[in-house]
Write a protein that binds this ligand. Sequence first.
Ligand code: HEC
Length: 414
Amino acid sequence: MYVPARNTIGTVLYPVAVSLIGLLAAGHLLGAPAGAETIPIDRIAHIHGVAVDPAQPSRLYLATHSGLFRGAPDGRATRIGSSTDDLMSFAVDPTDFDMLYASGHPEEGGNLGVLASRDRGATWERVAAGVGGPVDFHAMAVSGAEPSVIYGMFNGLQMSRDAGRTWLKAGPLPERTFALAASARDVATVYAAAMGGLFVSRDEGRSWDPAFMQPRPATLVEVTAEGRIYAFIYGVGLVVGDEPGTGWDVRSTDFGDRYPLKLAIDPGDPERIHVVADTGAILTSKDGGRSWGSYLGHDRETPELVAAARKTYEEYCQACHGEKGVGERPKDMHAQDQYGFVAPPLDNSSHGWHHDDGNLAHTILNGSPRNPRMMPFKDIMPEEDAKNTVAYIKTLWNFRSLACQGTRHMRCMH
Ligand code: HEC
C-alpha cells in the first residue's frame, strides 16, 4: 500500500481506536512523547535516508518525504519532532549519536539548506545555506575520521570542515551520483555510488577514480566505523571491501531484479545491516549481507525461535508442503487433486510471498476456504507459533521475495 502524496501520511489513515492503541504501544515501547504520530512503516512511501538509532539498535531512523520517523520491527513508525519537511538526505555523526544532519526541501517549496539537530531529531536548526544555497543535498556523509568534516551533494560536491557552519565547493561529482560515504580512516577520502560505477576521491573530491573494476551502476555506498565499505553494484551484488578499498568480496548476488537503495550499519554490531529496497521494503541481514530477512518481525527470527518453528513445520506441514517448502509436487506447479490445487510451494517458487505476514498466519490458523486439505491449525497451535512458522517460512525466501512481499508484489510483476 503506497501513499504517494505527503499530506496523506499525516492524516487519519486508520480508525481512531487503532491509532490510539498504536500511540499507547508506541509511547510505551519507543519512549515517544504522548501524542506522537504513529503510522505503519509499510505506509511510508519514500524513505530517502536510513540509519540505526545507536541508543536502541533495533530501531531505525527513517528520513522520509514527510519528516523523520523512528521505525520498529513491530511495523510501527513514530514521528520524531514535528517537522514534515521532505528530508532528501540524512546522516548521524558517527562519534556523537545525539547529533544528526539533514537537508531537503520544505512542503511550501524552496530548499532547507543544511539542518542540524543536537537532540536526536526532536528539534532542528538551519546551520548554513550551503554554497549557492539554500541547498537541497540529495546525499550527505559525515567523516568518521574527523566528524567536523561533512560532505554534501548539490551542484557537485560540497564540503564543510566546521560541522556544517561553512561550506566550500569541493569539486565535481561522477555523473548521476546516488550516494556518498566518507572514509573512516582518511579525512580527504570520499566515495560516490554513481550510474557509471563506484568511485573514490582521495583529495577531498577534486578528482575521482573508479573504486570497483566494473563500470556498472552503483546504487549505494556506506563505510562502517571500522573502515569496512559496503556497496551495491547492479548486476554484481553486494560487495564488501576494507579501506583503502582495493580488494572486494562479493557478499551476495541473489537479488533477482531488485536492488537496495539505502543501507544502514548497526554501530554496535557491524554485521547487522539494514537496507531499503527499490520497492520500499526494509530488509535486515545479521551476517554482513550474506542472507536477508524482513526488518519487520526480524526480532522474531532468533536462532532458537526459527529452530523451534522449523520443527513445527517439519511435524505439521512438511508432509504436504514438502521439505523446505518446495511444495507437494514441485515438478508440476499446477498439479491438482479433487479439491483443487495441491499444497503449493511456500518457498520462492510459488506465490506465498504475495501475502503479508498477517495473511499467512491467518491461513495457517484458519485454513483455506477453498481446500479442506489446508486445515485450520488454531486448535493445534497458539497464534504465536503460527507467527513463528511464518518467520521460518520466510527464511526460505530470497531477497526478491522479501522485497516484493504482500501488496508490493504488484510492483514486481514484469
Ligand atoms: C494435508 C495437507 C496440508 C498440510 C498438512 C498443510 N497444508 Fe498448507 N496447504 C495445503 C493445500 C492443499 C493448500 C492450498 C489451499 C488452496 O488452494 O486454497 C495449502 C495452502 C497453504 C498456504 C497458502 C499458500 C498460498 O500461496 O496461498 C499456506 C501459507 C500454508 N498452506 C501453510 C501451511 C503450514 C504452515 C502448515 C503446517 C502448520 C500447512 N500449511 C499444513 C495443504 C496442506
